[in-house]
Design a protein around this ligand. Structure first.
Ligand code: NAD
Length: 294
């Protein structure tokens, strides 16, 4: 079993680090929050006083931080100058493609190997070890990261070169935002046309309108499997996080010169929903705004 450094023990990182410890790794953990450190200790990790201390002697360094600026600062200030040359550096945070590529280039310049490995799946999947990882980096980097990631997830997929994991995540979540809005609209129109929502679900979930937003995360209470809609839209996946991901997707699209009208419209609608005080509500709760009830 290996010595692993884990930096960023929040809602997602806490469960992920715990799963690595459960798998038998020595997890040297660091977070700015003392509460997060205490929870990691309870879960079998070894708390450290700094990121620099955590990464010393580690075979793998895993970061799960809020945004690109945190990732770049931790790598520049603490990781690069303290880690062993043979360590694999794995950033699981959701960040912009440009920063992911810059971090990878900076690692290469120091003779280190870094991969971006953002996740799909929320806090429940992080705790259960059933995340999906989409990995950007060299084939050799992917092969070194995979044994660690597989202890925290059900699927680990090599997306391509540096930044490709973040590109996949941005595209996936843009699609999710747009399909959720479209699914909400379809249910509201069906209701106005006199259709029973359960009947519409039974039909659309086995027809060409089917999507994950429809079948696994239905925004209508009492229809389909249990979802945040059945808990008054408690998250789940908070609207503020969906907005963060749509912002990353729009920035990526602008840099790449891609037309993304549906993604842009989803971003506008989610901004409106969040500005009305719903940033902490599940993103499927946008159905209430589209129904004129928020
Ligand atoms: P969080 O805010 O709960 O956790 C982030 C942690 O990083 C905090 O505990 C914070 O104290 C710590 N931190 C910040 N700066 C630090 C530093 N310099 N050194 C050490 N620790 C530092 O966020 P989260 O929900 O765990 O999300 C983490 C990442 O995962 C984000 O990029 C998010 O977009 C992504 N993500 C979240 C979800 C979700 O459902 N929460 C799902 C998929 C992806």
């Amino acid at each position: 079993m290996a010595r692993v450094a884990f930096i960023g023990l929040g809602n997602m990182g806490g469960g992920m680090a715990a799963n690595l410890a459960k798998a038998g790794h020595d997890v040297h953990a660091f977070d700015l929050s003392q509460d997060a450190l205490a929870a990691a200790k309870k879960a079998g990790c070894l708390p450290c006083d700094s990121a620099a201390e955590a990464v010393k002697g580690a075979e793998a360094v895993i970061t799960m931080l809020p945004a690109g600026k945190h990732v770049e600062a931790v790598y520049t200030d603490s990781v690069f100058d303290n880690v062993d040359g043979g360590a694999i550096l794995i950033d699981c945070s959701t960040i912009d493609v440009e920063t992911a590529r810059r971090v990878s280039d900076a690692a290469s310049a120091k003779g280190l190997t870094a991969v971006d490995a953002p996740v799909s799946g929320g806090i429940a999947a992080a705790n259960a070890g059933s995340l999906t990882f989409m990995v950007g980096g060299s084939k050799a980097g992917f092969e070194r990261a995979e044994p660690f990631l597989s202890k925290m997830g059900k699927a680990v997929i090599h997306a391509g070169g540096a930044g490709a994991g973040q590109a996949a995540k941005a595209c996936n979540n843009m699609l999710l935002g747009a399909t959720m809005v479209a699914t909400c609209e379809a249910f509201l129109l069906a209701k106005k046309l006199g259709l029973d929502p359960q009947k519409f679900f039974d039909i659309a979930s086995v027809s060409s309108g089917q999507s994950w937003s429809m079948t696994s995360y239905c925004p209508v209470p009492g229809v389909g499997p249990e979802t945040p809609a059945d808990r008054d839209y408690a998250p789940g996946f908070a609207t503020a996080l969906m907005l963060k991901d749509l912002g990353l997707a729009m920035a990526a699209a602008e840099n790449a010169g891609a037309q993304v009208p549906m993604g842009a419209r989803a971003q506008e609608l989610y901004e409106q929903f969040a500005e009305a005080g719903n940033g902490g509500k599940d993103f499927s709760g946008i159905i209430k705004m589209l129904d004129g009830k928020e």
